[in-house]
Design a binder for this molecule. Structure first.
Ligand SMILES: [Zn+2]
Length: 467
């Protein structure tokens, strides 16, 4: 199917990016795409090859690491022309075709929503999410996706095959848009009844497919005719509707559509379809989880050079300013979706400042609290010459009820394991402490005892790890 581009992957997460010279630019005109088709391969022009009309290119999505933008071309570069999307569907395949379909969906949505439906004000792109808002009354809208169903109706080892009166000329299955107030299964039954006069039973979900060409999300169902299999065709919508045996079934010329995959499955299994839903359509590649670690802003105890483990203390003015600077850096990238912080005041305050700027939630995890330094807590660093050595005795608890390094590592590692499991594919910021950051570093990288003892993390410094 068109979306099956594995191992490539389309990343549709919202970002604000600027085009680079080699970025791909999707330029549409009257519903046609500026492209070049050579040997059935679809080429999308790069930013450097185009002269564009005034408005800024809009970032759409990336395929692997290649970003795609939407813009209007001022001229047609040599070797390129505008192609109707339907023609590209017939002539091309691969990740660029999927990108073109997806871009077309967004292009149509932007084009249809230049003015506010409430007050007719001009709509503008939101810079935090994929949305448009009215510059006059603030009304906000989100991309519209139309759910539709594809239905494979089976009776006595045959499948119900249709052809549309208008549009696509090849074999198809019963299909139609969901109406407001009905489930997808009810829609499947209604569409079969409307188009062919048949009752159906045993409706079961198969797979779904984004179909940007028609701004759809398609949901495929198989079902069986219930009672009479006499077809009463709706000849306004259809040119033909008939029962076809597997060996007689003619597939579509391209493998893009869910319809075609469902027909092919019927043919290849000789009508013996799996009784229940098939496994998920898309083999998703393993997703990377990105974890940032930072240490809280400067505290009163940092300023006095006192050892602060689990002892609570406040941020200084400088500490607050450091947190605000870090918030601004994080905001530039905008990919952080969650902040996890230590329960100690200095980390919580730092996390709050960042969260406020990023508009992301903060959760507290006690496993990110600082190393419990026992009776070294709140001592002036200069008065405890053996503190440095105590840190290296990894299996020995800090005196008078403190933790050993292994105990610290045990809880920090557990926390990171849980982040990987619960927030797979997300970017998470951990706001914690110098000792915790040091333990976290050993989770991701080998460290000698010497490197470990020299590891230093400044206040609000940021380290990035990817798994
Ligand atoms: Zn408005």
């Amino acid at each position: 199917m068109i979306q099956d581009i594995f191992p490539s992957r389309l990343d549709n997460s919202f970002q604000t990016k600027l085009p680079q010279p080699d970025s791909r630019i999707m330029c549409f005109q009257d519903g046609r795409l500026l492209a070049c088709v050579r040997d059935n391969a679809l080429h999308i022009p790069q930013y450097r090859a185009l002269s564009l009309q005034d408005s800024a290119p809009v970032y759409l999505f990336s395929v692997d690491n290649e970003p795609f933008f939407l813009a209007k071309a001022a001229a047609v570069p040599e070797g390129y022309q505008y192609y109707p999307i339907r023609e590209l569907r017939d002539r091309c395949a691969g990740k660029y075709l999927y990108a073109a379909f997806t871009a077309y969906h967004l292009y149509q949505w932007y084009a249809d929503n230049r003015f506010c439906g409430i007050c007719r004000g001009a709509m503008q792109h939101d810079d935090r999410e994929r949305a448009l808002f009215c510059t006059e009354c603030g009304h906000k809208i989100y991309p519209r996706i139309n759910p539709a169903v594809i239905v494979g109706v089976i009776s006595n080892g045959r499948i119900l095959v249709t052809r549309y009166r208008r549009g696509y000329a090849h074999n198809a299955l019963v299909a139609g848009f969901t109406e407001i107030g009905e489930t997808a299964e009810e829609c499947a039954a209604r569409e079969v009844m409307e188009e062919t006069g048949l009752r159906v039973k045993n409706i079961r979900y198969y797979k779904s497919q984004p179909w940007g060409m028609a701004q759809d999300l398609l949901m495929g169902f198989f079902c069986e005719a219930d009672g009479s299999d006499e077809i009463k065709m709706d000849d306004y919508e259809l040119k033909s509707a008939c029962w076809v045996r597997p060996e007689e079934l003619e597939l579509q010329p391209q493998q893009h559509s869910l319809t075609n995959e469902m027909m092919q499955l019927f043919r290849d299994t000789n009508g013996h379809l799996p009784p229940e839903s098939a496994p998920a359509a898309r083999t998703l590649p393993p997703q990377k989880t990105r974890i940032y670690f930072t240490r809280h802003g400067e505290t009163t105890m940092n300023a006095e050079d006192h050892i602060s483990g689990v002892t609570d203390c406040e941020l200084t003015e400088e500490g607050l300013a450091q947190a605000r600077r870090l918030a601004a850096i994080c905001a530039e990238h905008r990919e952080i979706g969650l902040i996890i912080c230590s329960p100690l005041k200095r980390a919580r305050k730092t996390a709050e400042i960042i969260a406020e700027q990023l508009h992301v939630p903060v959760v507290t995890d006690a496993r990110l609290r600082e190393w419990d330094y026992g009776s070294y807590e709140d001592q002036p660093r200069g008065s405890t010459p053996d503190f440095q050595d105590a840190k290296l005795a990894f299996g020995v608890r800090m005196k008078d009820g403190g933790e050993s390094l292994l105990q610290l590592a045990h809880r920090v590692y557990g926390c990171i394991d849980d982040i990987r499991r619960q927030y797979t594919g997300m970017t998470v910021l951990c706001v914690c402490h110098g000792g915790v950051c040091r333990a976290a570093e050993t989770y991701f990288r080998d460290m000698t005892a010497e490197a470990f003892s020299q590891f230093f993390m400044g206040n609000c410094e940021l380290r990035q790890y990817e798994i």
